[in-house]
Design a binder for this molecule. Structure first.
Ligand code: 3HC
Length: 311
């Protein structure tokens, strides 16, 4: 049952302080953190697939090295987040099993294909850019381990976003074909990136409670708006167009009016009917099976080391 309203948990939340793993917390608070942190971690791991699709075909050694570093960062982000989730009393094996059996989600955005090299730029600029808008407020999340994991992740995401912007900037100033490649990638990734922020506030099942617990600091629509406002100026610097004829500054709102993403498509993708859902999970299951011997060897080595220490 929830602790009384005047107890330590509610005092800490009211004072904008951090709840730590050993603190008493409502079971529902713990459960929603496990849900969100685990799905965030799954997103990082699955997100390695669309990006790594271009490692072997990067146009130069420099681009290959940068993309390798970025994909390696995503694995590290998954590690930090699984470790943060484990502080809530769940095991990584259990969370991975929930991903592989479809009982936990990962971000819709990674169910879209990376058709050309310019997609690597669009993912960096738009998807990692959206991730930063969503993740910076999470650095102030009320749960300590999650907030602290976010601080390092956000620093690395900034590198991801900058390298993506620079790829598009270079293509936009290249040949007409390269410019068209960059514009085509933005046209395909713009609306799915807006959808990353989740359903509209009116359809968000968790927002109200997550905001009361100061896990979510801004609503889905607020962050989506912030992302659009950030991208318009950057697209002008790129010299590329955002695929939204309705986009225009609204002085009354102090933000851009824009066309919302297709939320029916978002729910279809979330429920498993996106362009790459089956491919992404099949690849993850195969990689998990191939990695079984590594996990067994690491566990055997850890057991032997523990025996030697105990001897
Ligand atoms: N993809 C998949 N599922 C989504 C989603 C999306 N884009 N947006 C919402 N959902 C799901 C929610 O998980 C929830 O389902 P559940 O109850 O089974 O978990 C349901 O749709 C209702 O949505 P809500 O708005 O009520 O859910 P939340 O309050 O959890 O808000 C969220 C959704 C904004 C994604 C929030 O969970 C969040 O901020 N998560 C942490 C950030 C994150 O996971 N980012 C994913 C991208 S990771 C990434 O960007 C990697 C980088 O390197 C590119």
């Amino acid at each position: 049952a929830d602790p009384p309203a005047d107890d330590y948990f509610h005092q800490v939340i009211a004072a904008d302080q951090k709840i730590e793993p050993r603190d008493a917390m409502p079971e529902a608070y713990r459960r929603t953190l496990v849900r969100q942190i685990a799905q965030h971690a799954h997103s990082e791991i699955i997100g390695m697939q669309p990006e790594s699709n271009w490692i072997s075909r990067a146009p130069s050694l420099k681009r290959k090295a940068i993309l390798l570093a970025k994909v390696q960062d995503e694995a590290g982000h998954g590690l930090y987040l699984y470790a943060a989730a484990e502080t809530l009393g769940v095991s990584r094996e259990e969370l991975v099993d929930k991903l592989l059996t479809g009982r936990q989600k990962y971000s819709s955005i990674f169910n879209y294909p990376t058709l050309t090299w310019a997609d690597v730029g669009a993912i960096g600029w738009l998807v990692d850019g959206a991730a930063i808008v969503n993740q910076v407020p999470l650095c102030r999340c009320s749960y300590g381990p999650y907030a602290r994991a976010m601080i390092r992740i956000c620093k690395e995401e900034s590198f991801h976003q900058r390298q993506g912007f620079e790829i598009l900037y270079t293509l936009a100033r290249g040949t007409a074909a390269q410019r068209e490649l960059a514009q085509d990638a933005i046209d395909r990734w713009w609306y799915p990136s807006l959808a990353m922020f989740g359903p509209p506030d009116s359809d968000s099942t968790h927002s109200e409670q997550s905001m009361a617990w100061k896990i979510k600091r801004f609503s889905n629509d607020e962050l989506r708006q912030r992302f659009v406002d950030m991208c318009v100026g950057q697209a002008e610097v790129l010299g590329l167009a955002l695929p939204d004829p309705q986009l225009r500054w609204n002085p009354d709102r102090g933000g851009y009016d824009f066309t919302q993403p297709d939320f029916d498509e978002l729910f279809q993708v979330i429920s498993g009917d996106g362009p790459c859902n089956r491919q992404r999970l099949a690849h993850r299951r195969a990689a998990h099976d191939e990695g079984e011997w590594v996990r067994r060897a690491a566990a055997a080595y850890a057991a032997k080391s523990a025996e030697r220490r105990a001897a």
